[in-house]
Write a protein that binds this ligand. Structure first.
Ligand code: 6GU
Length: 224
């Protein structure tokens, strides 16, 4: 998978891809992330990328020309499956969206800033709009990292068996059951007997029941 990220602040996104699981995915060639500085496509001597909104009002608008130049240049090099605009008014990211995107080859992420983008960029290029939750960030960059992480970890070969994504919370509309490791007792707190029993069938049943109980308690909204 290749992800091209367009932003006025690419520096903000470099470290997440330089550590741990995402780094290994890059090193193994399973994912490539390329950053594009929107200002390189800006207009005039000051490389302008934003301007005041027609009709007045507070805040600046990301101009169409720099965005169109940048996206068109990328599209001329390869076919993209989606051009995703990261914006608080997008569809809220969930595991299903991450799963769907993880089977694509080439994605563009556009990080929003200021009041947003000229509406015509949407008409020309944007195929999907994604938000990471109902709160406002200073820009789409951190959201782009969250989206990229949620997708890249699903690519075949990125996680090993112990980290398997199949048992993740949300993957089957259930939160994860409680987990424990050594010691079996700490300050009087004991690991549930059943997990020490060696009876795999009973353990799996217990885990499923606990997952249902915890989901009902914390997130009844995700239960089917
Ligand atoms: Cl994608 N962008 C910004 N600026 N704020 C957000 C967001 C995105 N998702 C949640 N809040």
């Amino acid at each position: 998978m290749r992800i091209d990220i367009i932003s006025v602040l690419p520096e903000l996104m470099e470290s997440p891809f330089r550590a741990s699981i995402l780094k290994r995915a890059m090193d193994k060639g399973l994912a490539e992330v390329h950053f594009h500085q929107l200002r390189d496509y800006g207009l005039g001597k000051y490389r302008q990328i934003d301007d005041e909104p027609y009709g007045g009002g507070a805040g600046m608008v990301m101009m169409i020309e720099p965005l169109d130049k940048c996206i068109s240049e990328l599209k001329a090099q390869r076919d993209y499956d989606e051009v995703i605009y990261l914006t608080p008014d997008g569809e809220t990211l969930n595991q299903k969206i991450a799963n769907t995107l993880s089977i694509k080859n080439n994605l563009i992420f556009l990080c929003g800033h200021y009041k947003g983008i000229d509406q015509r960029v949407r008409e020309l290029h944007i195929t999907k709009e994604i938000s990471i939750g109902d709160y406002v960030l200073t820009g789409g960059e951190l959201a782009a990292c969250v989206l990229a992480d949620s997708v890249i970890r699903l690519l075949p070969g990125v996680l090993n068996d112990e980290q398997s994504a199949l048992t993740d919370s949300f993957q089957d509309n259930l939160l994860s059951p409680p987990i424990y490791t050594r010691p079996d007792e700490y300050k009087g707190l004991k690991v549930p007997e059943i997990l020490l029993s060696g009876n795999q069938k009973k353990i799996e049943d217990w885990r499923h029941d606990e997952a249902v109980r915890i989901t009902k308690e914390k997130r009844p909204d995700i239960l089917e």
